[in-house]
Design a protein around this ligand. Structure first.
Ligand SMILES: Nc1nc2c(ncn2[C@@H]2O[C@H](COP(=O)(O)OP(=O)(O)OP(=O)(O)O)[C@@H](O)[C@H]2O)c(=O)[nH]1
Length: 436
């Protein structure tokens, strides 16, 4: 798997946080042209101007601008012009199918701080994925014609800590899911995409889908949870996963209820499988058979797998089984390329991440972060200009630093990372501005 693909995977999830929800149910492919992240507001609270004098001269101060052209950056990678063709159709399809606008607004609102936290985590994930060395596995170099493509959507459901991310990571081979922590405020997320030969499998997390001890939905989140439950049926395959070691030592009635509910009846539209995870932790392997015995009569499950998502035992069988379930259907994710939109997101995230590293944590909430220019030049390099706009002169000072040292540091580091992610020259310009 190459770096671009890893970055793309990281962004698959990242993009979902910001893509405006689309709500019609038609499933045909179409491209999403909205300039999603050109402007991002990070205001957690309203910013009052502290000084009413004319600050416009501050915006012309050379200190407040970082321009990568003024720094010599070693080891410029060879610029490779790319045609961005990544299609966000897959995400849109899921979002269209799963969430309705009003529900979205009422029940899925993530507060700014939480969003900020997630954004940071994701930016990190993105970088890790992008900077990771190439994998050993065979690369998907040959194009597979659309009519030959096979796809499978797989939902993974289980209690927190059951090992959903670890399993997906093992199958997909990326660390992204491990760091994109989920909370009850999130919707279904793509955990990872595996493309092998002519087959592509998309794994989805189904966070927050747990029953209470008496086997009912949690009252406080009923509407949200009900819609999420019904969406579970849309996957081709549903993996119900649980920690078998925990089940043997401290059985949890909520987990048992979940397993029973999902396996209660055969579902002709969906293949359901039960995964006994963390078998590596179980000392007496005979105990595993006892558990399998306990659930074997549930008609909803086609198969029961005993696996260790972390160590990998049994995962190959599971992957093989999933590959066999794939149906002739065009892939949803292009495994090779990144769209311009995704790249823009990356550019903002990377700067944002550096900003948070170098500036006091609370400050970035009051800053408006804009992508003001994005140009792909003829030599394949990118010119990216972003503005950091603040309403407070005191904040401007902090951001700029002594003689422009702070914004310079942020710019140099961000520029370096972007070059490494995009594999081409990046001319990054960051400007700190005061709202006038
Ligand atoms: N020993 C062992 N540990 C595992 C296995 N699978 C997962 N774990 C560990 O269990 C913990 C939870 O795993 P995750 O993959 O994050 O679980 P999750 O279901 O994605 O958790 P949530 O994100 O909270 O829903 C981590 O510390 C994993 O390292 C396994 O097969 N064996």
């Amino acid at each position: 798997m190459n770096t671009t693909k890893k970055t793309l995977r990281a962004l698959t999830y990242l993009t979902s946080l910001y893509t405006p929800r689309v709500h019609s149910l038609h499933r045909h492919r179409h491209r999403h042209h909205d300039n999603l992240l050109s402007v991002r507001l990070f205001s957690a609270q309203s910013q009052e101007r502290q000084d009413d004098s004319d600050d416009s001269h501050l915006n012309n101060s050379p200190d407040s601008v970082f321009d990568s052209a003024q720094f010599s950056i070693p080891d410029t990678p060879k610029s490779v012009p790319q045609q961005p063709t990544w299609d966000v159709q897959h995400r849109q399809r899921v979002e269209r199918a799963f969430f309705k606008k009003d529900l979205q607004d009422r029940y899925f609102k993530v507060d700014d701080e939480e969003e900020e936290r997630r954004r940071r985590v994701l930016a990190k994930a993105l970088l890790e994925a992008a900077l990771e060395g190439p994998d050993e596995d065979v690369d998907q170099d040959q194009e597979v014609l659309e009519e030959d493509q096979k796809s499978l959507s797989v939902g993974i459901i289980g209690a927190p800590n059951a090992g959903k991310s670890a399993l997906t990571n093992f199958m997909v081979g990326t660390k992204v899911a491990a760091v994109s922590r989920k909370t009850n405020t999130t919707t279904h997320e793509v955990l990872g995409v595996m493309t092998k030969g002519d087959t592509q499998i998309c794994f989805f997390d189904t966070p927050g889908l747990m029953l209470n001890k008496s086997g009912h939905l949690h009252k406080d989140m009923k509407v949200r949870v009900e819609s999420a439950w019904s969406s579970v049926n849309l996957y081709d395959v549903l993996i119900v996963i649980f920690d078998v070691n925990r089940h043997l030592t401290r059985p949890d009635s909520r987990v048992i209820n979940l397993i029973k509910r999902m396996g209660a009846e055969a579902n002709h539209k969906q293949t359901r499988i039960l995964c006994m995870n963390k078998v590596d932790l179980v000392e007496k392997k005979k105990d595993l058979l006892k558990v399998a015995e306990q659930f074997k009569d549930l008609p909803g499950y086609e198969r029961i797998f005993m696996i260790s998502g972390l160590k990998g035992s049994g995962v190959e069988d599971l992957s093989k089984y999933l590959m066999e379930q794939a149906v002739k259907r065009p892939w949803d994710e292009d495994p090779f390329t990144m769209s311009e939109e995704v790249m823009k997101n990356i550019a903002l995230e990377v700067v944002r991440e550096r900003l948070l590293d170098h500036v006091h944590q609370e400050i970035p909430y009051g800053i408006e972060h804009r992508l003001v220019d994005w140009k792909e030049l003829r030599d394949g390099s990118l010119r990216i200009e972003q503005h950091l706009i603040t309403g407070k002169i005191s904040q401007r000072k902090i951001l700029v630093g002594k003689n422009g040292s702070k914004i310079g540091r942020i710019g140099i580091e961000a520029n370096e990372e972007l070059r490494s992610i995009f594999k081409r020259d990046v001319h990054l310009i960051l400007q700190v501005r005061v709202k006038t």
